[in-house]
Write a protein that binds this ligand. Structure first.
Ligand SMILES: C[S@@+](CC[C@H](N)C(=O)[O-])C[C@H]1O[C@@H](n2cnc3c(N)ncnc32)[C@H](O)[C@@H]1O
Length: 289
């Protein structure tokens, strides 16, 4: 592990892929789980919380922000000084009793010391149609950090220019040619298809997120060998990406089906010829040794 202030200017190239990836996957309430984690121990928290949409039994809360504030405060405590936190959400929910990302942002702005670094628009072309309003084609992702020294590896997620665009960009005096050759900043509007019901990537979880989306976050906001946490793990998409990208991962979900879904992710990885080698850790103390 490096000194806090030096991480700010590092990229994936400064780290080695770990020889063994540690994965801990617990079935537990998120707040109980978070309380067991040491202060400042996590590099990236990547969560996709329930929002009272009544999508399933786990998605019903009477006092949404009263409940969410407990895990938001714990997340702040466990995040490292260079750490990042990602929260998926939407702002399209109609029922005023639902929680949404606006409520979370409001709480974070007024009651925590988190810094809001970016709001990313996840745009997709596939979705349900509508007749009485404009059909929704985006969700939001907020990126929070504990300090201004957050780790950010833009180079790991740059988008290559086409040959023609690269020639033109290299003529543009406002752009740094060295960075231009590495590719474009993907901006904060990302077009990634949602997983349709019949998508090959689906493992059965109703709100499973695409690997491509999570991979961009894990690569840019954590480094090889870092500790990533998802305490609303669902199918374990974050864990899958961590195995691919050489990050250690702590996952927790209150629903025991999470373990079955994760097994299906592992099977899908094998079918794609990807390595599924990791060390399963049972206890939090053993994870941090
Ligand atoms: C929106 S889903 C996450 C889906 C995940 N991103 C994926 O790609 O599969 C939210 C998850 O939070 C879990 N959950 C709900 N309340 C919880 C709680 N209090 N503690 C831990 N997990 C909880 C649900 O079981 C559900 O799997």
């Amino acid at each position: 592990m490096r000194k806090n202030d030096s991480l700010k200017h590092k990229s994936a190239l400064d780290f080695e892929f770990p020889k063994e990836i540690k994965i801990l996957h617990k079935i537990l309430d998120c707040v109980e789980f978070l309380k067991q984690l040491p202060d400042n121990s996590i590099q990236l928290i990547c969560i996709d919380p329930p929002y009272n949409l009544k999508l399933a039994e786990w998605d019903i809360y009477k006092d949404y922000i009263g409940w969410a504030s407990k895990w938001i405060d714990e997340a702040y405590r466990v995040l490292s000084q260079n750490g990042n936190m990602i929260v998926f959400g939407g702002i399209q929910f109609r029922d005023t009793k639902s929680g949404d990302l606006f409520d979370i942002i409001q709480y974070i702005r007024h009651y925590t010391k988190f810094k809001l670094i970016n709001t990313i628009i996840w745009h997709y072309k596939n979705g349900i149609s509508a007749q009485r309003f404009f059909a929704n084609r985006h969700e939001e992702i907020i990126w929070l950090a504990k300090t201004e020294n957050y780790y950010f590896d833009l180079d790991s997620v740059r988008v290559p220019y086409s040959e023609k665009d690269l020639k033109n960009a290299l003529k543009d005096k406002r752009l740094n040619p060295e960075n231009t050759r590495k590719g474009k900043n993907p901006t904060n509007v990302w077009e990634v298809g949602r997983l349709n019901g019949n998508s090959k990537e689906r493992v059965g979880h109703p709100t499973q997120k695409p690997v491509e989306l999570i991979a961009r976050l894990v690569k840019s906001l954590s480094y090889p060998g870092a500790v990533v946490l998802d305490f609303f793990a669902g199918s374990g998409t974050v864990g899958r990406v961590c195995i691919n990208e050489g990050r250690h991962c702590l996952m927790c979900d209150s629903d025991k089906k999470s373990l079955e879904y994760f097994d299906k992710h592992l099977l899908a990885m094998k079918e794609l010829g990807q390595s599924t080698s990791y060390k399963a850790i049972e206890n939090i103390d053993d994870f941090f040794v």
